[in-house]
Design a protein around this ligand. Structure first.
Ligand code: ATP
Ligand code: MG
Length: 403
C-alpha cells in the first residue's frame, strides 16, 4: 500500500494505492514524488472510516503540475513547530499549514463583517494618500522616502485627511489601509507596516457617541464572523469572545489610582496596560474595555485632540483595550481653527507646514471625532496570537523586509 495526502483549499484528502491493483506507473509516481509538489489527480472517491475526511481517492490518472525541490526549508505537515523567524523566512510554505491559513480566513471574514457593520451605519469607505509632505504628529516614527528631488514621508495615519473629508461634508468615513511607523522597538505588538482601520464621524460632540459606534461595530462584526468561521470548521472560531454591549468604561484617573500613581498624567506603559486589562477582567469579566478621559499631558503631541471645554487639562480622548492590549485610540477632535493652531504651536509644530490641513477648518468645519484601530492587533487578540507578526501575511519590522 502507498498513501499520499493531497491538500487544496477545501482540506486534505487521502490517496490510497495498492501495489498490484493500482496502475504501476501511478504507484511509482506517488512513491517517489517529493512532498509539497503540485498534482492533478483523477480517480474514484470511496467512503472509508480510516481517513480523517471519511473518504479516500483511488487514482486512475495523475499528472505533476509542479515538482517541489528537496529538502523543504520548512516542514508543512511536521508536528514539531519551527521558530517564528524560520517560519517567516519561508512564509509561503508556512502559510500552507491549515492552522496558519485559519488566521487569514479569520482576518478576511472579520474585515468583511467590519465593512458590513460600518456600511450599515452609513459610513463611506475612502482611500487617502500614503505619500505625504509631513506626518500627522511630526517626529520620530516617520519613514522618509526619496520623492524625485524632495523628501516625502510614508503616512503614519490617515488622521489629517479623514478630518479634511469631514470638512468636505462626507460626515461618516472609513478607511482600511496600511500605516507606517518607524518603530525601532522590537515588541510583540509593534510592526513597521500595520493595517489601520480609521473612522471619522461628523456632527458629534460627545465621545460617548463614538464609543457606542465602535463597540456596536465590534459586537456586530465578531458576532457575525463567529458562525461563519464555525461553519467552515475554522479552529479559531471557538476562541472568539462572545461580546456584549456596553463594554466597561474606566476613566484614566481610575486606572492611575489602580496603578498607585494618581494624577501623574503620563500615558500608560505596556506593563501598566496589562495590569489595567487584568483588573477590568477581574471586576467586569469583559475582555474589551474603554479607558476614557485622557489628560492633556498624555496627549501632548496629539494636537488635534480636543481639550475639554470646561477643563483644558483633560481631553475627550479614549483608548479601547483588549485584555491589556491597546487596540484603538480616538476621541473628539478640535474643530475650531484658533484652538487647533494654538495646539499645534504648543506641540512645537509650525502651523505654516499644515496649511493644506488648516484650510479645511477655515471655511466651515463641523464638530467631529473618530478613532484609529490596529487591524493586526485586533486579529492578534481575536485569534489569541502571542506575536502580532503572525497576524500579517508578510510582516515588516525593524529587522525584516523579506520576503
Ligand atoms: P502604542 O502606544 O501601543 O505604541 P499608539 O498609541 O502609538 O500605540 P495610535 O497612534 O493610537 O498608536 O494608533 C492607533 C492604533 O494603531 C493603536 O491603538 C494600535 O492598535 C495601532 N498601532 C499603532 N502603532 C502600531 C504598530 N507599530 N504596530 C501595530 N499596530 C499599531
Ligand atoms: Mg494610542
Amino acid at each position: 500500500m502507498a498513501f499520499a495526502l493531497v491538500r487544496d483549499g477545501t482540506g486534505t484528502t487521502q490517496i490510497t494505492l495498492k501495489r498490484g491493483t493500482s496502475d504501476a506507473a501511478l504507484f511509482a509516481l506517488f512513491e517517489e514524488l517529493p512532498r509539497e509538489s503540485v498534482v492533478e489527480v483523477e480517480g474514484t472517491v470511496r467512503k472509508t472510516p480510516k481517513s480523517h475526511r471519511g473518504v479516500e481517492l483511488a487514482p486512475t490518472r495523475a499528472s505533476v503540475l509542479s515538482r517541489a525541490a528537496t529538502p523543504l526549508p520548512l516542514g508543512v505537515v511536521d508536528k514539531v513547530g519551527a521558530e517564528l523567524d524560520t517560519r517567516l523566512n519561508h512564509r509561503v510554505l508556512d502559510l500552507r499549514k491549515p492552522a496558519v491559513r485559519a488566521i487569514f480566513e479569520l482576518r478576511g471574514v472579520l474585515l468583511e463583517e467590519l465593512r458590513g457593520a460600518f456600511r450599515a451605519r452609513g459610513f463611506l469607505e475612502v482611500e487617502t494618500p500614503k505619500l505625504l509632505r509631513q506626518g500627522a504628529e511630526g517626529g520620530a516614527t516617520l519613514f522618509a522616502v526619496r520623492y524625485f528631488d524632495r523628501t516625502a514621508y510614508l503616512a503614519q495615519s490617515p488622521q489629517l485627511y479623514k478630518q479634511m473629508l469631514i470638512g468636505a461634508g462626507f460626515e461618516r468615513v472609513l478607511e482600511i489601509a496600511p500605516a507606517f511607523r518607524a518603530e525601532p522597538s522590537d515588541t510583540v505588538r509593534h510592526i513597521t507596516e500595520f493595517g489601520s482601520l480609521d473612522a471619522e464621524v461628523g456632527y458629534v460632540d460627545d465621545p460617548e457617541e463614538l464609543r457606542g459606534i465602535l463597540e456596536g461595530v465590534l459586537v456586530d462584526a465578531v458576532g457575525a464572523a463567529k458562525p461563519r468561521l464555525t461553519a467552515s470548521s475554522n479552529p479559531l472560531a471557538a476562541g472568539l469572545p462572545d461580546l456584549a454591549k456596553p463594554f466597561p468604561r474606566v476613566s484614566f484617573a481610575t486606572c492611575e489610582a489602580w496603578l498607585g500613581r494618581p494624577g501623574v498624567g503620563r500615558d500608560l506603559g505596556t506593563e501598566e496596560e496589562k495590569a489595567v486589562g487584568e483588573r477590568v477582567a477581574a471586576e467586569h469579566g469583559a475582555p474589551f474595555y474603554f479607558i476614557t478621559d485622557y489628560p492633556t499631558s498624555a496627549k501632548a503631541s496629539t494636537f488635534y485632540a480636543r481639550r475639554k471645554d470646561d477643563d483644558p487639562a483633560q481631553t475627550y480622548y479614549f483608548d479601547l483595550g483588549y485584555r491589556g492590549l491597546e487596540i484603538a485610540s480616538g476621541g473628539l477632535r478640535e474643530h475650531r481653527l484658533e484652538r487647533l493652531t494654538e495646539n499645534l504651536v504648543a506641540a512645537g509644530l509650525d502651523p505654516a507646514a499644515f496649511e493644506g490641513y488648516l484650510e479645511a477648518f477655515r471655511y466651515g468645519m463641523p464638530p467631529h471625532g473618530g478613532w484609529g484601530l490596529g487591524v493586526d492587533r485586533l486579529v492578534q487578540a481575536m485569534a489569541g496570537l502571542a506575536n502580532i507578526r503572525e497576524s500579517r501575511l508578510f510582516p515588516r519590522d525593524r529587522y525584516r523586509l523579506d520576503p
